[in-house]
Each structure stands twice: as C-alpha cells, then as structure tokens.
Design a protein around this ligand. Structure first.
Ligand SMILES: *Cc1c(COP(=O)(O)O)cnc(C)c1O
Length: 419
C-alpha cells in the first residue's frame, strides 16, 4: 500500500473550498471510488505525489504531454518569454509563428485562429460552420466529447435516455435541439439524419479517433463516408482533433487517414501543456470570422505569449523528431499486446489505447458501455499501488509519451501480467 496521508488531507481541504475539491470532475476519482492523488511534480515519464510516491504517468495531463513532463527546451522557452511580460492583448510575432507551424502540419488548415481551450475551439468551429452555411443543425456522435459548451453536452447516454436531451442540468433543452445524434461507426445512422433534414445541417462534428469513451478507432470507410455525405448536402465536416492532433501523426488524423475535413480543432498537444487551443480550416470558411466576417469570436488571453512559446517549442521538437512517432507507436503496441494476452478487449491507434473490461469488441458508445466499471476500478487500484498512473475512468485513453523508456514499458507490462 502506498502512503497517501497528505493527499487525503489536501483533498479534504480542497473539498471545503472547491466544488468536489477539483477544477475538472474526472480528477475527483469518483468513477474508481478513491481519493485523488495530489501531484507535487513531474519529470519526464514520471509524476510524484505529495506523499512522495513515484508513478509512471500514462495520463500525461490527458494528452498534452507527448514530450513528457518538464521537457527542458519547452521549460526554457517559457521561462524566457515570461521575463518580457505575460500578456499584452495585442499582437505578437509568436502567434504567426505558431499559426505557420500549424498550417504547415495539418493538411486541411489554411488559416487558423488561436483560443485558450479545446471547448472554445470546438464551440467556435461550430459557430463558424453555422455562419458559413446559414444552417442551424449539427450532427454529433454518441460517446464523442467536444468540451462542455451548451449545445455539445448531449449524447443520450443509455438507451433509456431520450434523444437530444442535455446530459447536464443548466442546459436549456432548446440549446440541444439543434444537436442531432448519430452512432459512431454507423454511416447509416448519419444518412438517416441527412435524409430527414440534410438541408438544415451545418456540419458533422466528429472525433476522427474517438478517445473519450475509451479509444474507439474509425472503421474502414467511416471517415470517408462522412466526407461524402457532407459534400453531397453542402454541409461541413469538422474533425475534432483536440486529442488526435500531433498525436497519431504530426499532421493528425487528417494526415493519418487521408481524409480532408473542412475545419479542424486542436488543443492539448498544440499548447505544449499551457492553456492554448486552435481552430482552422479552408481559407474561405475561416474568413467569415471577425474582424473579416460576421462570425464573432474573441479572447482576452488568446494567443498568449507564454502559451504560444510552449506550443511553438513543442511542435518544433516534434517536427525535428519524426522518429518519436515510431517509438510511441511501438510502445503503444507492446502495451496493447500485454493487455490482450490477459484477455482484455483492446483498442489502439498509435500511442492512444484503451483496454475495456468486456469480452465484446468495442466499436461505439453502446459496446463501450458493456464494460465492467467495477472491474476497472479494481484494476486502477492495483495499477496505482504498483506505481502506474492511468486515467481514473474506463472511458478515457492511455497516452504513451516520447519519454517512456523501454524499461518503463517493461515495468508496466510486468504489472499488467500480475493483474
Ligand atoms: C479534451 C477535449 C476537448 C475539450 O478540451 P478542453 O481544453 O478540455 O476544453 C474537446 N474535444 C476533445 C476531442 C477532447 O478530447
């Protein structure tokens, strides 16, 4: 058993001050019925909690840290810009530098706007799609997560829930009415919606690799099919690449699968660990954004100097080291195999993977829901006790970073074998 007294104490204090003691719900470890660990620091592939336990970290801040914790070049870049001031609310050269890196990397992006969170990026991309097409409805997939903006908190969790009802209190039903739901990997469910009201649909928004119901890869032809349907009805295709961007390939899922969406959202890795995200796409579409066009979107801290410095350095390192993608892919494969050997249902795309506690193949939200979450909670406990930190929920991804060494992977596999 790890010693966790300090974490327990800090959580108690936090709960008195912050709703649930956390600033984002999944950090509270409720799905696994445990006390969250409070982190003191991270170095490379490891995190250390306030009770001085060390863990190999496969959460990596939920995706951003593809270079691991405290990468020396990224930290140095951040330190350097801090000394010149933290924010101006006026243009800086670094914004164009980061925009150029993004445009060079992501095939579908010709122009890009920087924002501060993935939520903001997707919310803005959807507004742009509505402004551009003059249509109101959007299609999203059950089990896909696009941040917490009102119209997107809809997924009709189980068969018992009625369609298009918000998942959250405080979201007026009217906000969700324009969000139509389809099943991931089911083109026929998308076609049915377009046949009914295709002329009213502004866009399909999709995680090209779903990673917020556990990892669920697109089946062959799925993304291509979405591209065809949207073309046919003059609707836009939005890839939410907040997780997959710079992760499954430097150019993201668009590059990996060879499908070009109209708009792309980025977050997590693009900010190198700072609050920065982006949305971009076809030039003619992006030019409807203010001040050029009629779609309003703004941000006091957008393109912040410190955040852009971290993002630029992170992308430059990734661009200089294409071999990192081979390495994290190979390590992802080794971990996947270890889980498979234990009989788990495993999904993986490159360095993104999930092991599901079900004997079903997981291809959509319904099959993901067949997982035994109690068994997951036990698994999570065993992993943390042996110094392996994975996401405290069945419905999240495991992230392999470029600094996980062969020995880290060996040690993790040894633990998996004991499960
Ligand atoms: C994390 C995530 C978001 C939301 O990003 P935040 O920065 O948490 O607001 C949106 N879409 C996807 C696919 C994500 O994984």
């Amino acid at each position: 058993m790890n010693k966790t007294e300090k974490s327990v104490e800090l959580f108690k204090e936090a709960k008195a001050l912050i709703p649930g003691g956390v600033n984002s719900p999944v950090r509270a470890f409720r799905a696994v019925g445990q006390n969250p660990i409070f982190i003191k620091k991270g170095i490379g592939a490891y995190i250390y909690d306030v009770d001085d336990n060390q863990y190999i970290d496969y959460v990596c801040s939920w995706g951003p840290l593809i270079l691991g914790h405290a990468n020396p070049r990224v930290i140095e870049a951040v330190k350097k810009v801090c000394e010149d001031g933290l924010t101006f609310g006026a243009p800086t050269e670094r914004e164009s530098q980061l925009a150029k890196l993004i445009i060079d990397a992501v095939p579908a992006i010709e122009k890009v706007r920087l924002v501060s969170s993935g939520t903001e990026a997707v919310m803005s991309a959807i507004r742009v799609s509505r402004g551009f097409t003059g249509r109101d409805k959007i299609v999203k997939f059950r089990g896909n997560y696009h941040g917490h903006s009102d119209g997107l908190l809809v997924k009709a969790g189980s068969g018992l829930l009625t369609e298009s009802i918000p998942d959250s209190a405080g979201v007026p039903a009217g906000y969700a009415e324009n969000t139509l739901l389809a099943d991931y990997n089911s083109l026929s469910s998308v076609e049915a919606l377009f046949e009914t009201c295709g002329e009213e649909i502004a866009a399909i928004v999709v995680e090209p690799v779903a990673a917020n119901m556990g990892v669920v890869p697109p089946e062959e032809g799925f993304l291509e099919g979405l591209r065809e349907i949207t073309k046919k009805y003059d609707a836009l295709l939005i890839f939410d690449e907040v997780i997959t961007g710079f992760r499954i390939a430097y150019g993201g899922a668009g590059e990996y699968y060879g499908v070009e969406p109209d708009l792309v959202t980025l977050g997590k890795i693009v900010g190198g660990g700072m609050p920065l995200a982006a949305y971009g796409g076809r030039r003619d579409i992006m030019e409807v954004v203010a001040p050029l066009g009629a779609v309003y979107q703004a941000g006091t801290l957008s393109g912040n100097p410190v955040a852009t410095a971290a993002g630029i350095e992170t992308l430059m390192i990734l661009r200089e080291h294409p071999e990192y993608y081979k390495k994290i892919d190979a390590n992802g494969e080794r971990l996947a195999k270890a889980y498979e050997d234990k009989g788990y249902s495993v999904n993986r795309v490159g360095s993104l993977l999930s092991c599901f506690f079900t004997n079903k193949r997981v291809t959509d939200f319904a099959s993901a829901q067949t997982s035994d979450t109690k068994a997951f909670a036990e698994y999570f406990k065993k992993m943390t006790e042996q110094g392996i930190y994975v996401a405290p929920s069945q419905f999240e991804a495991m992230f392999v970073s470029a600094v996980h060494s062969d020995e880290d992977i060996d040690r993790t596999i040894d633990v998996i074998r004991t499960l």
